[in-house]
Design a protein around this ligand. Structure first.
Ligand SMILES: [Fe+2]
Ligand SMILES: [Fe+2]
Length: 331
């Protein structure tokens, strides 16, 4: 996928990305005391500043005020993130069932809780741990999205867009589940399968060196070759023993195919591409262009939807694109 290049990100952004993890403001609606120091960063600040020490709890009023001032995230130093992660995981089950909190806010907590574990499982030699973890997250997503009406645009506002692998996987799973509902794949079994396929779709990137994945300059032909192998490597990784359906495997194998046959790994055309892979391609591209990358700033939502529209027909399935645009414009 290629996207219009936006302004490159500066060194400060890179340092913040390296030294802090973001957690959504709304996490403190579930956890008033996370036991770690929380930092905030305004648009005009280069680095996060201490907002509240670990000993002082945060109230809903604090969160409302921060939101009014345009904040969306707390920043937690990487050195303290493990403590927060432990606390969130320990109580996750109770929090996911808390009906007093909107499901999209609970999804944001699930994403935070899954972060570190998914990230480390992704780099293990065998994929079983990542698959098991993803299976349990897919179940949670399905349960969260099952009964309550989720506001797609609000989900977009709440999820993280930093393009760590785990963030991309969980965003795409949430978005794919909503799009599945939108195109009529709304039975629970399909929704859960699609959520899992989406969580696993880039598992083949485990085999690509980080220096290639995160390279900010132009990729050599050889590096491009490595990137283009990830759907097939992922498919081979999962095809035996993971217990996935054909649709799920095709989500992994064909998510970079294009309607006009110019995609990879094999250049399938139109209806040769499994519908679940076409569905995934829309939200995969959407999350890629709205997420920050080392070499470009994220697109705003309006730009991103216009980009999808321009690419409907040749690259992406036009009906899926229209459905996603309609969902994202719903208030
Ligand atoms: Fe991919
Ligand atoms: Fe992806």
């Amino acid at each position: 996928m290629t996207a219009t290049a936006a302004a490159p990100r500066n060194d400060h952004d890179e340092r913040v990305r390296r030294d802090y993890r973001c957690v959504p403001l709304d996490i403190v609606r579930l956890y008033h005391d996370l036991g770690v120091c929380l930092y905030t960063k305004a648009e005009d600040q280069d680095f996060p500043r201490l907002y509240r020490s670990s000993r002082i709890a945060i109230t809903d009023d604090d969160v409302n005020e921060l939101r009014r001032r345009g904040h969306r995230w707390f920043y937690v130093p990487v050195s303290e993130y493990a403590a927060l992660d432990q606390e969130v995981k320990r109580t996750l089950r109770d929090k996911l069932c808390d009906q007093s909190v909107a499901p999209e806010e609970r999804f944001a907590v699930l994403q935070t809780a899954a972060a570190v574990e998914l990230d480390s499982a992704f780099h293990m030699i065998k994929c079983e741990r990542f698959v098991d973890l993803s299976r349990s997250i897919a179940k949670d997503i399905n349960a969260l999205f099952g009964d309550d009406a989720i506001a797609p645009r609000r989900l977009f506002d709440l999820v993280q867009h930093d393009f760590y692998t785990f963030t991309h996987a969980t965003n795409v799973a949430g978005f794919a589940t909503l799009l599945a509902d939108g195109v009529g794949l709304s039975d629970s079994a399909s929704r859960e399968q699609i959520a899992l396929g989406a969580l696993l779709h880039d598992i083949g990137k485990r085999f690509i060196p980080a220096r290639v994945l995160n390279k900010s300059g132009k990729l050599s032909d050889e590096e491009w070759g490595q990137i283009r192998m990830h759907p097939q490597r992922g498919y081979e990784d999962l095809c035996e023993g993971a217990g996935l359906s054909e649709g799920q495997l095709m989500m992994v194998y064909s998510h970079h195919e294009r309607i006009d046959g110019q995609g990879y790994p094999v250049g399938m055309v139109g209806d040769e591409i499994h519908p679940w892979a076409k569905l995934l391609a829309v939200v995969d591209v959407f999350d890629a262009i709205t997420g920050a990358r080392p070499y470009r700033a994220p697109m705003k939502i309006g730009q991103a939807l216009a980009f999808l529209e321009r690419n409907a027909g040749a690259h992406l399935d036009p009906d899926m694109v229209q459905c996603w645009i309609a969902l994202m414009n719903k208030t």
